[in-house]
Design a protein around this ligand. Structure first.
Ligand SMILES: Cc1cc2nc3c(=O)[nH]c(=O)nc-3n(C[C@H](O)[C@H](O)[C@H](O)COP(=O)(O)OP(=O)(O)OC[C@H]3O[C@@H](n4cnc5c(N)ncnc54)[C@H](O)[C@@H]3O)c2cc1C
Length: 298
């Protein structure tokens, strides 16, 4: 079957599921960059998601999965592919075992954090301001302000099986899933009992820190580069004099040198060229090769 036939077969089987044809990925990425893919599908359940993944595989059709698109730089002219999006559809959040929460991969971290707070569960505050989904966060062991997914994940259900925290091989901004090819369906999060007021206070304090230091009013994908072992990417970029460095519509943020922002009409190439320029200048000055944190899909 070709892509159209695969989509038709899927739609016949799962009536009512949203299949957006020729959908521009700029509508689904926080960078607001990305051209049209053959279709973006919003599955209502893991069964639908796995069915689509399997028929794509059987028919040799490229299939990518995204959450909230907050760590992605998508090509303006992507190859033919189907994109499965879990955000806005597979987003159940519920209490599980003692001090545990189960959430589907499309649940936003901010919503899980509020749910934890309302249920007097402490330890997820660090993730409240990270704008991604649980799936995207497990994929790259997202973290902030001293916490990371590694500290709170008990088990992960993926297309290939169920994994304990240890099996996930979490390390700085990576997990066993980072190599791609698998699909995270949901996870159990293990927390401690805490006072909702104290939890809320911590979340507000971290939000304020974020607001005052990050360019949250401009499209971006968060930190562009991973932290190298020699220090902080943002500090190196700033010391190399690159704050405000611009290529087309892409710019190193004036507010936080670790962020590349889209000033309005940045293209995929603008961001890639800007990133290349930053890498070259930082390597020249510090002898450090910065590695991208954002995932590039073309
Ligand atoms: C303003 C801003 C601030 C940010 N701050 C932080 C921060 O403090 N700390 C931090 O770690 N990150 C931060 N980020 C980056 C981003 O929010 C995180 O990396 C987040 O975990 C990405 O989740 P997502 O759902 O948006 O993933 P996406 O961007 O949609 O996807 C990212 C990767 O995960 C894969 N993926 C997504 N869902 C699944 C799934 N269900 N199964 C398998 N693979 C999947 C995708 O294929 C892709 O390769 C920030 C981003 C922005 C825009």
């Amino acid at each position: 079957m070709d892509i159209s036939e695969v989509l038709k077969t899927f739609e016949d089987k799962f009536e009512g599921t949203q299949v957006l044809r020729n959908e521009k990925m700029k509508n689904h990425t926080s960078f607001k960059i990305g051209g049209p893919v053959k279709a973006l599908v919003l599955p209502k359940s893991p069964e639908e998601l796995l069915y689509l993944k399997d028929i794509c595989k059987e028919n040799d059709i490229r299939c990518e999965i995204i959450g909230n698109g907050t760590n992605i730089l998508f090509s303006d002219k992507p190859e033919d592919m189907i994109v499965i999006c879990t955000f806005g559809c597979m987003d159940k959040i519920e209490l599980a075992g003692e001090n545990e929460i189960f959430a589907e991969s499309g649940a936003l971290l901010s919503k899980i954090a509020v749910f934890a707070m309302e249920n007097g569960l402490e330890g997820f505050e660090f993730a409240h301001g990270i704008p991604g989904t649980l799936g995207g966060a497990v994929f790259m062991n997202a973290g902030a302000y001293g916490g990371e997914m590694k500290d709170v994940i008990k088990t992960v259900n993926a297309a290939s099986g169920t994994y304990t925290n240890e099996d996930c091989d979490f390390s700085y901004r990576r997990s066993r899933f980072s190599a791609g090819g698998d699909i995270i369906l949901g996870a159990v999060i293990k927390l401690k009992r805490g006072d909702p007021e104290v939890i809320k206070g911590k979340m507000m304090e971290l939000s304020e820190k974020r607001r005052s230091s990050q360019p949250l009013n401009m499209p971006s994908a968060g930190s562009t580069f991973k932290r190298p072992k020699e220090g902080y990417a943002a500090a190196m970029i700033q010391e190399a004099g690159l704050k405000g460095y611009t290529v087309g519509g892409a710019q190193v943020s004036e507010k936080h040198a670790g962020f590349v922002v889209n000033t309005g009409d940045a293209t995929f190439e603008d961001v890639l060229n800007l990133m290349k320029g930053v890498q070259e200048k930082v390597e020249e000055k510090f002898g450090v090769k910065l590695e991208p944190e954002v995932r590039i899909i073309k």
